[in-house]
Design a binder for this molecule. Sequence first.
Ligand code: ADP
Ligand code: ZN
Length: 734
Amino acid sequence: MESALATSNAGESKRFRVLLPLPLKPYDYRGGADIAPGDVVRVPLGRRHAIGVAWEIADPTAPDAAPAAKLKDIAAKLETPPLGRAHRRFIDWVAAYTLAPAGAVLRMTLSVPAALEPPALKVGYVAGGAPPARLTAARTKVVALSSDGVPRAKADLAAQAGVSEAVVQGLIVQGALVAVPLPADRGAVSAIDPTRPGPTLTAAQASAVAALTADVEAGRFHATLLEGVTGSGKTEVYFEAVAAALKRGRQCLVLVPEIALTAQWLDRFEARFGARPAEWHSELKASQRRRTWRAVAEGRATVVVGARSALFLPFADLGLIVVDEEQDGSYKQEDGIAYHARDMAVVRASLCDIPVVLVSATPSLETVANAEAGRYARLDLPARHGGATLPAVVSIDMRNERLPATRWISMPLAAALTETVAAGEQSMLFLNRRGYAPLTLCRTCGHRLACPNCSTWLVDHRLLSRLQCHHCGFTMPMPHACPSCQATESLAACGPGVERLADEVAALVPAARIAIVASDTVDSPSKVQALIEQIEQRAIDVIVGTQIVAKGHHFPLLTLVGVIDADLGLGGGDLRAAERTYQMLVQVAGRAGRAEHPGRVLVQTYDPTHPVIQALLAGDRAQFLKSEAVERERFHLPPFGRLAAVVVSSADERAAAASARALGQAAPRDIAGVRVLGPAPAPLALLRGRHRFRLLLMAERGIKVQPVLGAWLARHTPPARVRVQVDVDPYSFL
Ligand code: ADP
Ligand code: ZN
């Protein structure tokens, strides 16, 4: 009997490779006829259970296949929509590209474990059955409330009746309240309406829309760069592509830099489509996260707007991906799995066979190269909508200004500020440095206050009355005496941060209402929103901010932009420094004078002949890109060559150094077109208490770096206390 049953089961059951959202290799399990690849399943793992995905049918004859007798059964199939084949291939692709375990990538998709189970049926209570034994005042309130027959959860009953939950519980125990199921928390079907009319498009906008709509209707992979200055109508254009995909009943994903995801964007979407899209970002509450994940998987959320992690959501039927501000550095994730969401968006689109649109006023060199090579189509929106003019950009040569060491605002900029405030218009000063001062120094002994965990200076944050490390988060109060020579009243702030600059503005224009805007003061979409409202309501005259103010908001009354230190960032050893500075400056400049008020931009620089500054003044982006491309090509740097960084770190400096040396010795030497630099101590040689060494693999564009890296790293197994992190296409070189 037993054995007959076992045989007949074996006939129906199959061997599945099950991928768990853990950095492990997949294991084989036996699954019944009800299991298919893509199903979300619960499996035994050691003495516990784990949730994973039946990845594919496994080959029992594979060399590493577990013997059939040792196979365990899949315990259950969850009521979650299966992960489609394209999504599974996408996860495998990202894993192979980033050299991460596929399970760790799957974890970015199964990021909301609570969403994997259908929402629990909740119970509500209505009056009925036995009348309460003893009618206290509190009980009377509950009975009166619940006699309307509307079922309410226990907590809601108590809250609405103004009594404690114990009172309600007492009535339940007595049978004076009876349980009934509450309607399931499914969320409404999206009310986003793609048939509502958009604005009347200009000829250039209309032809861009026609091209994108044709791609959406063809339902094929096609990558397009949508380029145009700030205000040229790129958002309106991609909204039309979204409408086209929705009309075909397919889902859309719009990726935006997290900080740009504001109510302003959402309001605009709502004005166009009659309802808000689903949002996906770090500020969501657990319940929103669960509901949205589920709605995306079930196809009820038709449009998702989100930060980079939204790319891994389990769309039921994705039909279009838009990457807004595609040049934005925040698309690159450096911790954990090092991936670039813009690049992986193109991969996802290709595996799903759908169009992808990369949108930017200042596209990255990578994307421009792809467009020039014909891999991406290119759509250009030439002018600002409504003929609004770009602001005039003027440089201020700081070498002639002779400012005292504690002031950073030049005479011409100070005059412009005063004028603008007096005219009732708004100004923005841009300085990419948080806090009050980037360095604190002892005037007696020269000691500099440094982070104990990192090779960096501590930043003085006066608003918080603390010194802070911007890398590890270490903080301490400002000491009264120099920690080195004990001199008192000797510590001096060196250099400006936005807080100090705000003090200078207050001294220059006492009447000005000033807002300091930096990632530590405005650190969530809701705070960005509050700030935008203040600016729109004219409650602020001068914004003093870091790069986060550069992200695309429309401030019609903003007519002056001052760039305090345009040279900052041009000096470092980072290959994208000039490009990023250029993009940031163009974006900041794009804030000025967007409506009927013309704007002006004053750029303070000690190096007015630098090509980046020259290109900015001339508004000559083509020239900038050309000179930048020539430089990169000469040194075989991306996009003309490939890079992969290997960072070896440990709390134990010797162990890190030994592993770094061993990896250096094991580096590939005989592959044409590949070289390895290092190991060298990282610029941030100490980070969060870990000592760090870097190696850099440089390869010609035609070479696949992953097999080279894989073979190389396999030649050295570091001890457990040493971590080896790989970053293919690195953006940070610290
Ligand atoms: P971008 O995304 O390139 O910065 P937007 O799409 O945000 O440009 O357009 C800038 C402003 O101009 C927005 O307020 C937008 O609604 C408006 N606009 C753009 N195109 C049109 C159009 N064809 N008709 C009416 N308003 C438009
Ligand atoms: Zn630190």
